[in-house]
Write a protein that binds this ligand. Structure first.
Ligand SMILES: [Zn+2]
Length: 266
C-alpha cells in the first residue's frame, strides 16, 4: 500500500509540475501582448511580466468632479460626468501600473474633496486639496479626466488641454490627442489646445483630457459604453507611452503658480 501511495504522490507531483509549467508558458506568452490590452492589466503576475517603460514615473490621475459636483450632464441619459470620469480614471490607473508607473489618485470614489460647508468656495477647496495630494506625492505628471459639453449639440471628439504656454504640457497633450484619435476614431479630429485650468498649473507636464461631448447624442451613447471608456483609457495611456518613447530632450514645464496669497479652506 505504501508503494502505491508513493506512486500516487509522484503522479500528483508530476501533474502539478506540468500544470505549473503550462501556466508559466502561458504567462510568458502573454507577457508582451498582455500589456496592449486592458485585460492584461488585471493581475499582478501579468503586470510584472510586462515591459515597464514607465518605471520611475509618478503619475497623478485626477477624476474630475465628484460628490455634490456632478459636472456635465448627458443630454439624453442624464448621466453625470463624475462617474464616467472615475471609471476612465480607474482604467487609466490600472494600465499605468501595469506599465510600471507609480500612480496617485486624487479620488477613488464618488466624493468631492471639500468640506460640506467650507469658509471658501467649495470648488476652490476641492481643487486645492487635489493639488495638495499631487504635490505631497511628488507627481511627475498630471492627467485629469473629464467629459465635455457644449451648447451646440453637434460638437464632438476627444479634446486634450495643456497649460497655455507650457511646452512640456503641449508635447504631452499632443501625444495623447493623437493617440486618442488613432484609438477612438472620432468623426471630428481635434488638436490639443492651451487652456486655463487650476489642475494644470502645478509645475509638471499636465493635461486635462475631455474624453468626448456628453452634449452630443452619438458621443454620449459611446461614452456610456464600458468598452468605449476602456478604449479611451487605453488611448490616453498609449499617448503617455508615445510621449515617453520620444527620442528627444523634453522641454520643461512652466513653474507652478504661486498660490500662497490665495485664501485657503483649512
Ligand atoms: Zn469636467
Amino acid at each position: 500500500m505504501a508503494g502505491k501511495r508513493d506512486r500516487v504522490q509522484v503522479m500528483a507531483g508530476l501533474l502539478l509540475g506540468v500544470t505549473a509549467l503550462c501556466s508559466l508558458t502561458l504567462l510568458l506568452a502573454a507577457g508582451t501582448s498582455a500589456v496592449q490590452t486592458f485585460a492584461g492589466a488585471h493581475t499582478a503576475i501579468q503586470a510584472t511580466a510586462a515591459p515597464q517603460p514607465l518605471r520611475g514615473l509618478t503619475i497623478a490621475v485626477d477624476a474630475g468632479h465628484g460628490g455634490y459636483d456632478g459636472g456635465a450632464v448627458g443630454r439624453v441619459s442624464g448621466v453625470a460626468e463624475k462617474g464616467l470620469n472615475l471609471d476612465v480614471a480607474l482604467h487609466v490607473q490600472k494600465l499605468l501600473l501595469a506599465h510600471g508607473a507609480d500612480v496617485v489618485m486624487t479620488r477613488t470614489d464618488d466624493y468631492a474633496l471639500c468640506d460640506d460647508d467650507p469658509p471658501i468656495r467649495k470648488k476652490l477647496q476641492d481643487m486645492q486639496r487635489r493639488a495638495e495630494i499631487i504635490r505631497i506625492n511628488d507627481a511627475d505628471m498630471v492627467i485629469s479626466i473629464h467629459m465635455n459639453e457644449y451648447a451646440g449639440r453637434s460638437e464632438s471628439g476627444p479634446q486634450v488641454f495643456y497649460r497655455e504656454g507650457c511646452p512640456a504640457g503641449r508635447l504631452l497633450a499632443g501625444a495623447i490627442q493623437e493617440a486618442m484619435i488613432r484609438g477612438l476614431r472620432p468623426d471630428k479630429e481635434r488638436t490639443a489646445l492651451g487652456g486655463d485650468y487650476y489642475i494644470l498649473t502645478l509645475g509638471v507636464p499636465s493635461v486635462l483630457v475631455e474624453c468626448g461631448f456628453l452634449s452630443n447624442r452619438e458621443e454620449e451613447a459611446r461614452l456610456m459604453q464600458e468598452d468605449y471608456r476602456r478604449l479611451a483609457a487605453q488611448s490616453i495611456v498609449q499617448g503617455v507611452l508615445d510621449w515617453q518613447a520620444l527620442k528627444m530632450e523634453k522641454p520643461g514645464a512652466l513653474a507652478a503658480v504661486d498660490r500662497s496669497g490665495e485664501e485657503t479652506g483649512d
